[in-house]
Design a protein around this ligand. Structure first.
Ligand code: NAD
Length: 494
């Protein structure tokens, strides 16, 4: 069995406590990893703090930091097949997704920020008045804790890590204890890239055991969190003890609006992708689809027919279109949502069951599921399921479509499908979500800021704004009066 160690202060560290890692396709143990105790958390923060305060990393020239980022990108590409295979085995993502999306996109995160961050970082000089000028200077935030979820383990970690390192920070990263393997391989790549000791520390462990120590420590300047609202709230509490800078990328209950002028095949195919990719375990999953009256019946019929043809299979099979959910607990959660939805009047059109095929029986598979007639007050309409379950409801006017889309505590993303681009652009302004996709879904560009409104969190990831989250802005005011005697000198100038 493969063994993985934590990475602290530039060294692989053997821990007393260990954890078995399961393959969600088979339910079998595939690896054994170390788990950080509180003393290893302390060691990781100590080494990140020392690397920031006394080390060379924040002082390197931008060109030198860029060189390291490009080496990490190359390291990921050199190990792409190994990373794709381990990411699929650990997370249940079909190998086609990890091979063509997760791993190359992770490498690209390092490459794009390496090529861009210099243009994001310029200082600004402002002549405030004749008497004063100011220099606004971007500095690294300091020691940054990065906490990532299990649904895109390497990709989300790479977004955060690439931006944090480019800005000159030192970091402690904590993957989900369900999916630490790809990040522990990244540790090897980082070591081979020759980053100074302590700049990147990767510790695995249960959030409920080590989360508070990580997020409340005085020596940590910032926490960048992606995950659930429940844990986000806990981190807000922990970090309040010593007041930290935070970014929170939380959950969603995103709405897709399909207008009747849209080509139905395109709308159905794209909508399938917008909910069933990654088994529906996407923060931006379009879990509420609203279809204009007139095409509702045809759309729903075609959608269900195609959903039933999605090929479930083991994550390491290139033919697989949908893998298992991350865990048995996650599958139970999805089933509980469906039971409640049915009790609240929703009608199940397809799915809703654990597949019986012999090769899938030990994994955490669940059929693609469609429900209609969903009451807007019901739990399944309001809460994030995070699984392959979609609501399809009807709307009869543009006003109703906007109202339904905005009827959520979340505000992460939304899709609009119509040939009428002026209508789409008008709706895009009225929908209360941080990202709006018009006639497309899931297009993340490293150049564009991404992040939610309302309870989907605050702060941005990616783009100039996302990068600047990992910096702090210093204002240096310089007096320019000829004899250097500003007003304050005279106030008590006895
Ligand atoms: P989660 O909140 O359970 O876990 C996220 C991370 O927090 C993991 O590393 C976990 O170990 C850690 N954690 C758990 N308890 C903690 C604690 N008390 N203190 C500190 N850390 C703790 O989320 P998940 O189940 O891994 O991921 C699914 C959730 O993530 C969904 O709600 C999804 O919408 C959200 N998500 C959001 C985005 C986004 O960009 N908005 C992207 C991906 C996932």
């Amino acid at each position: 069995m493969n063994k993985y160690q934590l990475f602290i202060n530039g060294k692989f560290v053997e821990t007393k406590e260990k954890q078995n890692i399961l393959n969600p396709s088979t339910g079998k143990v595939i690896a054994d990893t170390g788990i950080a105790s509180l003393s290893e958390v302390d060691l990781a923060i100590t080494s990140a703090r020392k690397a920031f305060d006394e080390g060379e990393w924040p002082k390197l020239s931008l060109e030198e930091r860029k060189g390291f980022l490009i080496k990490i990108k190359q390291g990921i590409l050199d190990c792409a097949a190994e990373l794709a295979s381990i990411e699929s085995a650990n997370s249940g993502k079909p190998i086609k997704e990890t091979t063509f999306m997760d791993i190359p996109s992770s490498a690209k995160a390092f490459e794009d920020i390496a090529n861009k961050f210099e243009s994001y970082l310029h200082d600004e000089n402002i002549n405030v008045s004749e008497a004063a000028k100011a220099n606004l200077r971007r500095e690294p935030a300091g020691v940054v804790v990065l906490i990532v979820p299990w649904n895109y383990p390497l990709l989300i970690a790479s977004w955060k890590l690439a931006q944090a390192l480019a800005a000159g920070n030192t970091v402690v990263i904590k993957p989900s204890s369900l999916t630490p393997l790809s990040l522990l391989i990244l540790a090897r790549i980082i070591k081979e890239a020759g980053l100074p000791e302590g700049v990147v520390n990767i510790i695995n462990g249960s959030g409920s055991v080590i989360g508070e120590a990580l997020c409340s420590d005085k020596r940590v300047d910032m926490v960048s969190f992606t995950g659930s609202n429940e844990v986000g709230r806990q981190i807000l509490n922990y970090s309040s003890k010593n007041i930290k800078k935070l970014t929170m990328e939380l959950g969603g209950k995103s709405a897709s609006l399909v207008f009747s002028d849209m080509d139905i095949d395109t709308a159905v195919n794209a909508s399938l992708c917008s909910i069933f990719l990654n088994q529906g375990q996407m923060c931006t999953a379009m879990s509420r689809i609203f279809v204009e009256e007139g095409i509702f019946d045809k759309f729903t019929k075609d959608f269900v027919a195609k959903a039933m043809r999605i090929k479930l299979g083991l994550a390491d099979d290139y033919e697989t279109q949908m893998g298992p959910l991350i865990s048995d607990a996650q599958r139970k959660r999805v089933i509980a949502f469906l039971e409640k939805a049915k009790a609240e009047g929703a009608k199940l059109l397809c799915g809703g069951k654990i597949p019986k095929a012999q090769d899938l029986i030990n994994g955490y598979f669940f059929e693609p599921t469609v429900v209609v007639n969903v009451n807007t007050h019901s739990h399944i309409f309001k809460e994030e399921v995070f699984g392959p379950v979609v609501i399809i409801n009807e709307f009869s006017s543009t006003e109703e479509a906007v109202r339904l889309a905005n009827d959520s505590d979340f505000g992460l993303a939304s899709c609009i499908w119509t040939k009428d681009l002026s209508l789409a652009e008008d709706l895009a302004k009225r929908i209360n979500a941080g990202t709006i996709w018009i006639n497309t879904y899931g297009m993340f560009y490293n150049e564009l800021p991404y992040g939610g409104f309302k309870q989907s969190g605050f702060g941005k990831e990616l783009g100039r704004e996302g990068f600047l989250e990992y910096t702090r802005l210093k204002n240096i005011v310089i007096d320019q009066t000829p004899d250097a005697k500003p007003l304050v000198n005279y106030w008590y100038g006895f």
